[in-house]
Design a protein around this ligand. Structure first.
Ligand SMILES: [Zn+2]
Ligand SMILES: [Zn+2]
Length: 355
């Protein structure tokens, strides 16, 4: 029998078990990675609850990871044993209509590592070498585990393409905080961040990501507030990062005539939001969407992190041992003060970050 490792396996909805399973075997084009840290994402909560990719259970989830290369296949280039690496989690076919047009995120057989295939809530994970990106020493261990969510933010920022001196509203103060940072980096002015949590808005303020921080509990009408801050015109760009019909409806109303709404927050499938088509014809408003990061987004995020153009560290709450994953999934659902929890198979007690 081959080598064994510890892994958290989602066996069925709401049932997770720490098990001994075989270390993944790599083929000639794959890399075996010893997991150092893996972040917990909302998607992991959905997988655990059986609400996402449930037909792929049993599964080891975990897709926001980095680790050290332990073993490489014969054909592997660009990474070597001992490198710190992150991996693009998108697994695309390369040959369908969308892949051939460079739109891999829309691939007809699109799957993601750690969501549809075994991921990094384990001691080891494997990935194709083409997906692996070397992380320079200048990127700290926690930020390295935050590359994947940042690629989603970057891809969406590139699609929204807010220009220098344009006004930008970000609705949502989870990843929204980083969307605001990205807009500011692009020279947007003013950047307005709307959130429902004062403690998160305070963290955003410390990070200096926006010009205005709007707590929805402190204003009567957020649409009127944005209009007021933009001389009655509305915002050039509005990015929705909450994922409710109500916040999308606000976005459609607060974007200026000719402006762009960028859809990022995921509303459950089948639910709808209302807008007035008139506004989109006579008002020439536009809506675009963006779902994840892919490919060179990894290289670009790593570059932004190594040159400290964006520092996500204030968003990190704690790192817990692999054994405590299930506890932390529950904590994330109930404790709104917690933003990001990381998991490490290499520690035996919880470490608080920024405490
Ligand atoms: Zn994620
Ligand atoms: Zn494809």
């Amino acid at each position: 029998m081959g080598r064994m490792m510890r892994a958290q396996v989602v066996e069925a909805p709401n049932r997770m078990a720490l098990k001994q399973v075989p270390v993944p075997e790599i083929n000639d084009d794959e890399v075996l990675i010893k997991v150092k840290i893996c972040g917990i994402c909302g998607t992991d909560l959905k997988i655990y609850a059986g609400l996402y990719a449930a037909d792929h259970l049993p599964l080891i989830s975990g897709h926001e990871f980095w680790g050290v290369v332990e073993e490489i296949g014969q054909n592997v280039r660009g990474v070597k044993v001992g490198d710190r690496v992150s991996a693009d989690i998108c697994l695309t076919c390369g040959t369908c209509y969308f892949c051939r047009r460079g739109e891999g995120l829309l691939c007809e057989s699109f799957t993601q590592l750690g969501i549809h295939t075994n991921g990094a809530f384990a001691e080891y994970v494997k990935a194709p070498w083409q997906n692996c990106y070397v992380i320079p020493d200048g990127v700290n261990d926690y930020s390295a585990a935050f590359i994947e969510p940042m690629t989603a933010v970057l891809e969406s920022s590139k699609k929204m393409n807010c220009t220098i001196s344009s006004s930008v509203v970000i609705i949502g103060c989870g990843l929204g905080i980083l969307h605001a940072a990205m807009a500011k980096l692009r020279g947007a002015a003013p950047v307005m961040l709307i959130g429902d949590s004062q403690s998160r808005l305070e963290i955003a303020k410390k990070m200096n990501v926006a010009d205005y921080y709007i707590n929805i509990h402190e204003v009567d009408d957020v649409v009127a507030e944005v209009k007021k801050l933009t001389g009655g015109v509305g915002a050039d760009f509005v990015l929705e990062a909450v994922g409710t019909p109500a916040t999308y409806e606000q976005a459609f109303k607060m974007v200026r005539r000719g402006g762009v709404v960028e859809a990022f927050g995921v509303v459950p499938q089948g639910r709808t939001a209302q807008f007035e088509p008139y506004e989109f014809v006579l008002g020439e408003k536009k809506v675009r969407g963006s779902c994840a990061g892919i490919g060179n987004d990894w290289a670009e995020v790593i570059n932004l992190l190594s040159y400290k153009r964006i520092d996500p560290t204030p968003l990190f709450s704690e790192v817990v041992p692999l054994e405590e994953l299930e506890n932390s999934l529950h904590e994330l659902k109930t404790n709104k003060e917690i933003i990001k929890i990381f998991v490490s198979p290499e520690i035996d007690r919880k470490i608080r970050i920024n405490a």
